[in-house]
Design a protein around this ligand. Structure first.
Ligand code: NAI
Ligand code: PYR
Ligand code: MG
Length: 371
């Protein structure tokens, strides 16, 4: 199969969809891997490393896209990439369509087969291709929050661990899944006072057991969120309803109850964000202030630590990429009912219910699209 690895073009996105190690696995199976010149540079993988793995380097972007049967990316296709996509091609990447109506429509119009990393499931009820980047983003959320609390960033001037004689900061994490646990773990490690809110009792049980009561676990209700808003110096938004737009858990009115200079880090921004005042920001300009509350809403946080993230992403995606390349998308999805929910759009039709629901559009049962 002809596989294309384009250079990512989103703002400050330095990841690449495949490492040279991953390319070698595909080449050894008889596939042709065409890597856009310079695609891996931001993650520390030079063209020569791909060539040593048996991949081809392609300088002509139009040709790279035009000749591809399978396109591997990291971030959702940007407008010029949507224009290049065509019927008969398969694209495998993060899509987050429920937050992006224009992109959804563009993918429908392209006629291509669009498989999302973030809606593939596993036997444990997890999201195995979202998890590695959620681990990264959860860990980064506390770095970003700590920096945003500094006065020069508009923050309240609170140091997360405090110092002897001065109490530590209070950190609330809404959503105790992969992002939430990793954020809470980092905040604990820095000595903050940490509360995790979730609607899943079993998740709260896991966290209570794993951290032996060192973080508080609270069932997520409107009252509990009100308390977190009044008390916290830093709140991390880490909720997810798979494939769907994030619920707005903190409204603009509630910002008035926060301490001036407190910080909201909305990791769920890629699904539209869980705070009403959130809007996507970039690594070039990551924060803005509303009603004296600092907002950090970068939708591709792991892009800033591209070396670590690219390796973690390829480790997780490679078995699925191999299945797509060896079998074609229909057989690969038919053989694995956890891979099947990755299918979001095919040949002008939406195949993921929550995405169709987000825009009041029709969806088809993905099984009906398999041969
Ligand atoms: N901004 C970025 O760069 C990145 C963003 N993300 C995003 O972070 C979000 C979280 O991802 P994961 O942690 O992997 O998901 P997850 O599925 O592991 O965890 C989500 C948790 O939210 C909980 N939840 C749902 N509704 C809730 C509510 N109303 N109150 C409290 N908890 C609630 C669920 O029970 C679940 O435990 C996703 O939107 C994901 O796309 C992930 C990686 C990078
Ligand atoms: C999950 C995601 O959107 C990212 O890693 O950028
Ligand atoms: Mg206020």
């Amino acid at each position: 199969m002809q596989i294309a690895i384009p250079k990512e073009i989103k703002n400050h996105e330095y990841r690449v969809a495949l490492t040279p190690t991953g390319a070698r696995e595909l080449v050894s199976r008889g596939h042709t891997v065409n890597v856009q010149a310079g695609a891996g540079e931001g993650a520390g993988f030079v063209d020569a490393a791909y060539e040593a793995s048996g991949a081809r380097i392609e300088a002509d972007v139009a040709k790279l896209w035009d000749t591809a049967e399978l396109i591997l990316k990291v971030k959702e296709p940007q407008p010029e990439e949507v224009d290049r996509l065509k019927s008969g091609q398969t694209i495998f990447t993060y899509l987050h369509l429920a937050a992006e109506e224009t992109l959804t429509q563009g993918l429908i119009n392209s006629g291509a087969t669009c498989i999302a990393y973030e809606t593939i499931t596993d036997r444990q009820g997890g999201l195995p291709l979202l998890a590695p980047m959620s681990t990264v983003a959860g860990r980064m959320a506390i770095q970003a929050g700590a920096h945003s609390l500094e006065k020069a960033q508009g923050g309240s001037g609170v140091l997360l661990p405090g110092v002897p004689g001065v109490a530590p900061a209070k950190v609330a994490v809404i959503g105790g899944g992969v992002v939430g646990e990793n954020a809470a773990r980092m905040a604990l490690g820095l000595g903050a006072e940490v509360t995790v809110l979730d609607r899943s009792i079993s998740r709260l049980e896991v966290l209570d057991d794993r951290y032996q009561g060192r973080m508080k676990t609270v069932y997520s209700t409107a009252d509990a969120i009100d308390d977190a808003v009044r008390e916290s110096d830093l709140i991390v938004g880490a909720v997810l309803i798979p494939g769907a737009a994030a619920p707005k858990l903190i409204t603009r009115r509630m910002l008035a109850d926060m301490k001036p200079g407190s910080v909201l880090v909305d990791v769920a921004i890629d699904q539209g964000g869980c705070f009403e005042t959130s809007k996507p920001t970039t690594h070039a300009s990551p924060t803005y202030i509303v009603d004296e509350v600092v907002h950090y809403c970068v939708a591709n946080m792991p892009g800033a630590v591209a070396r670590t993230s690219t390796q973690a992403l390829t480790n997780a995606t490679l078995p699925y990429i191999i299945a797509l390349a060896d079998k074609g998308w229909q057989k690969a999805l038919a053989d694995d009912h956890h891979f099947l929910p990755g299918l979001n759009v095919h040949d002008g039709q939406i195949a993921y219910q929550a995405v169709a629901d987000a825009f009041s559009l029709e969806s088809v049962n993905p099984t009906s699209l398999l041969k």
